[in-house]
Design a protein around this ligand. Structure first.
Ligand code: FIX
Ligand code: ZN
Length: 408
C-alpha cells in the first residue's frame, strides 16, 4: 500500500560510524549482572576510591608487581591496601591493564587528578559525596538505567535485610543467587520439596528477575548428586512457576589459589552438552547463559542457534577485555544477528559502571559499524532508525523480553 511517505534515508557509508556512536551514547543500557546493591541494602553496596582500588582484579596484579605477600596484604587496613596498590600499579608502573586503566577513567570522569602520588584528593572527594546524588550521577555517566544485583538468601549479612523488608529501588533488580545451595551444600540433605519451599518464599519476598548460579568447568547434567537433584526437582520447577529464567554462569574454577581470596579463582573449558541436555529436557525453562572459557564461546553461539530458550549474555570476567569482547561479539553477530545480550559489567563497586560501560561502547562501536558497513556494501539499506532499534534490542530489549514474567 502506498503511504506517500518517503522511505527513511539510507546512511552513506561514511556516516554509519558516527550514527552508531551517537546511538550507543544515547541509549540507556540494562546491566544484566552485577554485584552492586540497592541503597536500602546499606553497607553491602561498595563505592568510593578505596573499594575501587582494592578490586580483586587489581589485587591479583599487585601480587605480580610488588613484593608484598598476600597474607601480609590482607592483614592491612582497607586504606593501607589501597595505598599499596596505588603505589605499585599507578605510580611505580603504568596502569595499562583494563582494571587499572578503568580506575584512571573513573578519576578522570569525576575531574580528579589521575597522576596523583597518593589518594588524599580522591578520598576527600568521595568522602564528601551524598550517596543518592552520587548514585544518580554515576548511572548517568555510565549510561545505565537499570542494574541487576546478585542477592544471596543465605548470606548472613544480606538475608536479614530482606527479611526486615528492604525498600525496593526501581533502578535495581534482584537476582536470586543459588551458589551456596547448589555448590556449597548449605542445604545439604534437605529434601528437594523443602528447598523448593525455601525458593518459593524468597521469590515472593525478593521478586527476582531471574535465579542464578555459577558452575564449574566440570559441571555435567544430569549428575547424580545434590546439585543435579535440586536443579531438576526444585530450581527449574520454581523458575517455571515464577516465569523467570535460570542464569547459568559456567566454567569457573574457584580458589585455585586460596591465598588470593576473591582474586584466586580461575577458569576451565566446560562440556556444554550439559547445557544442551537442559535446553532439550526443560523446554519451558529459559536459560540465560554466560561461559568463562574463550573456547566455549563458539559452541555457545551454536547452541543459541538451536534453542530459543537459550540466551547468551556478556563477556564474563577474564573475557571482559577489548580483544576478547571484539572477537566474541563479532562471532555472535555473524551467527545470531542481534538476538543476544552483548555485555554485562559484573561491577562490584558502583563507579566501575563508568569505565566498564565506556569500554563496552568504545569496543563495540567499530564492531557494529563493521556489521552495518558489510550490510550496506551488500546492498542492504542502513538507516539511523535501524541502528537505534538494534542497539535498543541488544542492550535492553533482549533482556526485558527474555525475562518477561508473563507465562511462557
Ligand atoms: O560468579 C560470579 O558472579 C563472578 O562474576 C564473580 O564470582 C567474580 O568474582 C567476578 O566478580 C568477576 O567479574
Ligand atoms: Zn559476577
Amino acid at each position: 500500500m502506498q503511504t506517500g511517505l518517503a522511505a527513511p534515508a539510507r546512511l552513506p557509508l561514511d556516516q554509519i560510524a558516527g550514527v552508531v556512536e551517537q546511538e550507543l551514547a544515547s541509549t540507556p543500557f540494562v546491566d544484566v549482572h552485577t554485584h552492586l546493591f540497592m541503597p536500602s541494602l546499606g553497607r553491602l553496596g561498595l563505592w568510593g576510591i578505596d573499594e575501587l582500588i582494592t578490586y580483586h582484579y587489581l589485587e591479583a596484579e599487585l601480587f605480580r608487581s610488588s613484593r608484598i605477600a598476600p597474607d601480609d596484604y590482607f592483614r592491612l587496613s582497607k586504606q593501607q591496601q589501597a595505598d599499596a596498590i596505588w603505589r605499585a600499579l599507578f605510580v611505580d608502573n603504568s596502569p595499562v591493564s583494563e582494571a587499572a586503566r578503568g580506575v584512571v577513567a573513573v578519576l578522570e570522569s569525576f575531574g580528579l587528578d589521575t597522576g596523583a602520588g597518593d589518594l588524599r584528593e580522591a578520598r576527600a572527594f568521595f568522602g564528601e559525596q551524598d550517596l543518592e546524588a552520587h548514585l544518580r550521577r554515576t548511572l548517568e555517566l555510565a549510561g545505565v538505567s537499570d542494574v541487576v544485583m546478585t542477592n544471596d538468601p543465605l548470606d548472613p549479612d544480606e538475608a536479614p535485610l530482606w527479611e526486615k523488608g528492604a525498600e525496593a529501588d526501581v533502578r535495581f533488580h534482584p537476582a536470586l543467587r543459588l551458589d551456596r545451595i547448589l555448590n556449597d551444600g548449605v542445604l545439604a540433605g534437605r529434601p528437594a520439596s523443602e528447598v523448593r519451599r525455601f525458593l518459593d518464599a524468597w521469590c515472593m519476598r525478593m521478586q527476582p528477575v531471574y535465579m542464578a548460579v555459577s558452575l564449574p568447568d566440570s559441571f555435567v547434567y544430569p549428575e547424580d548428586n545434590q546439585r543435579g537433584r535440586l536443579l531438576t526437582d526444585a530450581v527449574l520447577p520454581a523458575c517455571r512457576d515464577f516465569h523467570i529464567p535460570l542464569s547459568l554462569m559456567i566454567g569457573v574454577r574457584r580458589r585455585v589459589n586460596p591465598a588470593l581470596r576473591l582474586a584466586g579463582d580461575a577458569l576451565g573449558r566446560a562440556d556444554l552438552r550439559a547445557l544442551e541436555r537442559l535446553c532439550v529436557e526443560f523446554p519451558e525453562n529459559r536459560f540465560l547463559v554466560s561461559v568463562l572459557s574463550r573456547e566455549n564461546q563458539h559452541e555457545l553461539c551454536v547452541y543459541a542457534g538451536k534453542f530459543g530458550n537459550l540466551m547468551p549474555f556478556g563477556c564474563w570476567w577474564f573475557l571482559n577485555n577489548p580483544s576478547m569482547v571484539e572477537e566474541i561479539t563479532r562471532e555472535r553477530i555473524e551467527m545470531l544477528g542481534m538476538s543476544f545480550i552483548p555485555q554485562h559489567s559484573d561491577a562490584r563497586v558502583l563507579e566501575q559502571l563508568v569505565y566498564k560501560w565506556r569500554n563496552t561502547r568504545r569496543t563495540l562501536a567499530p564492531v557494529l559499524t563493521n556489521s552495518y558497513r558489510l550490510l550496506a556494501e551488500d546492498g542492504g539499506g542502513v538507516t539511523r532508525a535501524h541502528i537505534h532499534r538494534d542497539i535498543a534490542r541488544l542492550f535492553r530489549g533482549n533482556f526485558e523480553v527474555f525475562c518477561a514474567r508473563e507465562a511462557c
